[in-house]
Design a protein around this ligand. Structure first.
Ligand code: C5P
Length: 216
């Protein structure tokens, strides 16, 4: 089987996870959720009671934590020091704090290195995040920038978490602002990315379009 790397970037709630998992399964490839890595790092920071305003303290904790990542698109999973954190990393506490941890340059360097290692070992892999096409895997075979209207993004997230639409919309806006304005590796469209809008296309159509693009 040939190697293939697909980079899927975009703001929160754009459908990246669903699209990336389905595409990986269709390609018989691995799936890496880099957001889950930043979330797991954040979980470790919160466990240790570190100050979110102390980059050195944050880095110390993250660099001492060992992340184990399962890249099966049917059952992706992540553990920190042997503790499965799939549930807690989706909670409010982690979601609120993650952009601060992800803004620490030394943390990004550490996780980007780990991501590159996982990609190299996998060979065939779909990777989703914010900086995959721009920083982590600039040589990816296909770069996708997935968007959706803010309304559609908030609706998806609030359905997933049984949360209030207005509160979810406010959280997405806050996170997207932090993620796209931070100094190190902000959320940005790669110059050569294919831009797809999942508001109009729908998830299945997006996956079909990506398979078509990879076939070319
Ligand atoms: O994709 P998800 O919403 O789970 O990502 C959680 C957070 O992790 C983002 O809001 C962002 O702060 C950070 N992140 C990042 N770079 C990535 C993936 C996620 O900074 N490649």
């Amino acid at each position: 089987t040939q190697t293939v790397v697909v980079a899927v970037d975009g703001p929160s709630g754009s459908g990246k996870s669903t699209v990336s998992k389905r595409l990986a399964a269709k390609l018989d490839a691995r799936y890496l959720d880099t957001g889950a890595m930043y979330r797991a790092a954040t979980w470790a920071v919160l466990q240790a009671d570190a100050q979110l305003t102390d980059p050195d303290g944050i880095y110390k904790i993250v660099s001492a934590a060992s992340l184990e990542i399962v890249t099966d698109p049917q059952a992706p999973s992540i553990s920190v020091d042997g503790v499965n954190v799939d549930g807690p990393i989706r909670g409010q506490e982690v979601t609120k704090a993650v952009s601060a941890v992800a803004a620490v340059p030394a943390v990004r360097q550490l996780l980007v290195d780990l991501q590159r290692k996982i990609i190299a070992e996998a060979g065939r892999i779909v990777v989703e995040g914010r900086d995959i096409g721009t920083v982590v895997a600039p040589d990816a075979d296909l770069k996708v920038y997935l968007t959706a209207s803010e309304h559609a993004r908030a609706a998806r997230r609030s359905a997933e978490h049984a949360a209030d639409h207005a509160a979810t919309a406010a959280d997405l806006r806050r996170r997207d602002h932090l993620d796209s304005t931070r100094k190190t590796d902000p959320l940005k469209q790669a110059a050569d990315a294919v831009v797809l809008d999942s508001t109009e296309l729908g998830i299945d159509e997006v996956v079909a379009e990506l398979l078509r693009l990879l076939d070319k």
